[in-house]
Structure formats: C-alpha cells, structure tokens
Design a protein around this ligand. Structure first.
Ligand SMILES: [Ca+2]
Ligand SMILES: [Ca+2]
Length: 490
C-alpha cells in the first residue's frame, strides 16, 4: 500500500486532535505546565537553563509531524505537545556538517563557505573566531557541557565546551555492529545498511549519551547550565536492537509515494543531486525498499526512547521549572522520493527537519507553528530567551514572537543551500529552487505537496518567482576545501 504525505496527514489528524487534548492535561498531578512561570523572558536577572537536544538525520517521520502513518514516537510527541512544534522548519544545508556548523555559529553556508561535509569550518575566515552558541553561554556565566553528536564527526570543537562525553576529541560513543555485514546484501554499501543487533539498549551509543545527560540533570548545579545532548540515530547504519525492528513488520509497512517520472521536469543539476542510478537502483535490485523503511522506522523509535529518558530525567529534576528544552534534527532524509536516498538535495524530504521548543512561561502546550523557519533561527532565539548579549554577525531571526504566538506574522522564507550558489526558498505555500547555472524549480504546496510538478517555466508564476528571488543571498563565497585551507597555511 502506498500513500502520499497528504494522506498521512489526513490519517493522523484525528490522532493529533486527541493528542492535543491529552497534552493539555497536567503532566504531573497538580502541576500545570502553563503555570510554570518560574522566570519570565526579558528580565535581565533571569538565566534559565538550556537542554539542547539534537537528532541526526531525522526527517518528518515523527508522529506529531505526520510524515509516516505508522511511526511510533511517543516521547517526541509528548515533548512537542508541551510546547511549540514547528511544522515547517528547514535546515540551512542538507548535510550533517554544514547544517550544524551554521546552526552553532548562526552564519549561513553562503557567508562562511562551509557547504559540504569535508569543509574544515574553523578554517573559514568567517568562522575562524566565531563564537558558538555554547561559547556565548559560557561568556554569560553559564556552564556548557556536551555529549554525543552536536558537531559533525571529524570536526569536534573543544572551545565550545567545558567537558564532553565520551571526550572532547571523540564526541560519539561506539555502537555495536552485527556480525556479518552488509546485512542487506547490497555489496560495497559501507554504512548504507540495516538490520537488527541482539544487544540490550544499554550497549547502544545513543543510550549511553542519554544516560550521561540524565546524570548531568541529576547533578547539583551552582551555575545556570547549557547541556548539549546529541543522538546519532536514525543516521546510517540502521543497526538497532531487534525489538525496534519487531515494531514494524515489513509486510505491513507503507512505502513513500514515488512518481517514477518525477525527475523528467527537474534541471540537470537537480538530477545530479538525485543520482537515480545510485542508491535507488541498488535498493530496488536487491528488493530492499521495505526493509530499508523498516530500518529507518526502527532507528527512529529507538532514538525516541533515548529522548524519553532525558526528558523524564529533567521532569524529575530540580530544574524542571526553569529549563528551556529545544530539540532539532539537522536535516531530512529521502527514502526513494525523487528516486533519491539520503539528504544532499533541495527538495522537501531533505530540507524539512524537526524543531520543537518548550519554554516555561513563554510557550503554551499544544502550539503548532507553520511559519517557515530555519535552524539558523535557534541562536538568536536562545539569545533573547536567556538575555545574552546580541550578536550583530548572526544571520537568523529570533523565534520568540512565534513561541509566544505560533500564528504571529513572519515574512522570511526558509533558505537552504546545497553547494555553492544552489539555493532553495520555502514559504508556507511555495518551494523555489535555483541552481548555480540559473535553472529553476517551483512547487505549489497547496496543490502539490509531493513536489511533482515543476512550475518554474509557467509564466503565470513569474511574479511569485520575482518576489522569492529577492530573498536569495547576495554573497556566495567559494567553498572552503581542505586543500585550499592547507595551501593558505604554507
Ligand atoms: Ca545528519
Ligand atoms: Ca517532477
């Protein structure tokens, strides 16, 4: 059975309505979240704590976002129901490293030159001395500790933290591997693999990160704290304990709704990003589509339990009333849509990510915001919420007005960049893509949520395009490659 995203949403709408009414009940008897006004934003002496949670490679296959009808994410749904869920949030770059480098510094990829995973971010003249979010918190009297994947693998940033789990240089604990790889039978796939591992949850790296965060939250803190807690799944390989695979029998799985001719009206540079002859061809040839979807869903439910552990620990701690929770994923993921797999594209599946925030005294339970926002907006939001000094160089916009009122006015489209001068702009209604050679795509989400029909060449939309191009960045600095950085040094 195949369904599209809109069908998914219809199916889950009733559940979501029931969910909101459940969510408005007190979480703990006698304690309504809405009355938690232990601090108020804007008052200089207040320094709320921050629990900053990241999930790697999680697209909108989350119960409350309706991206897949059967995904089970009770903990993420519970967290979203307590505050504001951004349903139209997008990454600044559809790859781990550039997305995170821009989120943590507040600087666009087109300004920094950090477009791709191998680009050394601290070698960018713009980011060399950039003050990251946790550094800015430390400068304002906070403690800042981290665990798991906040920065991308090869680029840890010790100046950002006072301490790190497992260590300042090795940010991610190891994961158990199945004995015979690849499990999916696709040769030479490296980590593009999925299958269960027969280990207890405690052996999983993310679970160890959750246990570390739990311990941090139970400590007595003499200073306001910033805790960064980053989970690695559902990043590949999708090896998680068997019980999570058992939640999704492959014969009952719904596959994404894919149009075989979808790339026919996509410009060459877009086709190059999709690489239909790559992963998609292999997945089909090896009859692995269902099993891959099962692996991704299983990995999501596994990471959801890790999120649950941490939010339970906060709830039971002394800091439940004065801690901001912000949870994000670094980009989305294709599982065959546009004959593409992974991220690395400018379409909805790759740019749409997860963003939710619970801010005591500011957000109300059950808030949903459909304004187009980006991960770049997190930094200025935290500055405003925690009364940190403003930073002129950061390029996002504070989300505080939307946290207070999810329907507040918001003019900016969400900008995503993949490689130099390839951009996508997402408004509430449209997605506009312009590649470096000037070719374009335009999709109308009111009629075409799956972005199948490229309207860029239709003169009826000339004015829509004219309004959108104004938002494209004017600066597009060259990519900072390892070779270039090395050359500069010598
Ligand atoms: Ca990622
Ligand atoms: Ca198409």
């Amino acid at each position: 059975m195949q369904m599209n995203r809109r069908d998914f949403l219809k199916l889950t709408a009733a559940g979501a309505a029931a969910f909101v009414s459940r969510a408005s009940r007190p979480l703990i008897a006698g304690k309504m979240p809405a009355t938690r006004t232990a601090f108020s934003v804007g008052s200089a002496q207040n320094k709320p704590n921050v629990l900053f949670m990241a999930i790697d490679d999680l697209n909108d296959w989350v119960g409350c976002l309706g991206g897949h009808p059967y995904v089970k994410t009770p903990n993420l749904d519970r967290l979203a129901s307590r505050g504001v869920l951004f349903t139209n949030a997008h990454c600044s770059a559809p790859a781990c490293h550039p997305s995170r480098a821009s989120l943590m510094t507040g600087i666009l990829p087109s300004t920094s030159g950090i477009y791709k995973n191998p680009n050394p971010w601290r070698k960018s003249p713009v980011l060399k001395n950039a003050v990251t979010i946790p550094q800015h918190f430390m400068a304002h009297g906070y403690s800042a500790v981290g665990g798991g994947k906040i920065y991308h693998g090869g680029f840890p940033d010790p100046p950002s933290w006072q301490s790190y789990f497992p260590s300042q240089q090795k940010n991610k604990p190891d994961d158990p591997m199945p004995p015979n790889r690849p499990v999916n039978g696709i040769p030479k796939t490296s980590h593009f693999d999925w299958g269960s591992v027969d280990v207890p949850d405690e052996k999983m790296g993310d679970r160890q990160v959750a246990a570390w965060a739990t311990k941090e939250l139970r400590k007595k803190h003499n200073k306001p704290f910033f805790i960064g807690c980053g989970f690695f799944r559902p990043h590949l390989p999708w090896y998680v304990p068997r019980k999570y695979f058992d939640m999704y029998p492959p014969d009952k799985i719904t596959l994404p709704n894919v149009n075989e001719n979808d790339l026919d009206d996509v410009p060459e540079l877009g086709k190059k990003m999709a690489k239909p002859q790559g992963d998609h061809k292999k997945v089909i040839e090896h009859k692995q589509w269902r099993k891959a979807v099962q692996g991704y869903l299983a990995s999501i439910s596994f990471v959801d339990t890790c999120v649950g552990m941490v939010i339970d620990a906060l709830e039971q701690s002394a800091y439940a009333d004065n801690t901001i929770i912000i949870l994000w994923s670094d980009h989305g993921w294709h599982l065959g849509e546009k004959l593409h797999w992974r991220k690395f594209s400018l379409w909805e599946e790759a740019t749409h990510n997860v963003l939710m925030a619970v801010v005591p005294g500011v957000t109300r339970p059950g808030g949903r915001c459909s304004r187009p926002v980006t991960m770049l907006d997190i930094y200025p939001t935290l500055i405003e919420l925690c009364n940190l000094s403003e930073k002129d160089e950061i390029q996002g916009k504070s989300l505080v007005p939307l946290l207070k009122n999810p329907e507040a006015e918001w003019q900016r489209p969400a900008l995503t960049t993949h490689g130099r001068n390839n951009h996508s702009l997402r408004t509430e209604r449209y997605r506009y893509i312009r590649y470096s050679d000037g070719t374009e795509e335009l999709y109308d989400h009111d009629k075409d949520e799956l972005e199948w029909k490229n309207l860029a060449g239709d003169p009826k939309y000339a004015d829509v395009k004219k309004q959108l191009v104004k938002w494209l960045p004017r600066t597009n600095i060259p990519e900072i490659t390892k070779a270039k950085a090395k050359k500069k040094r010598t």
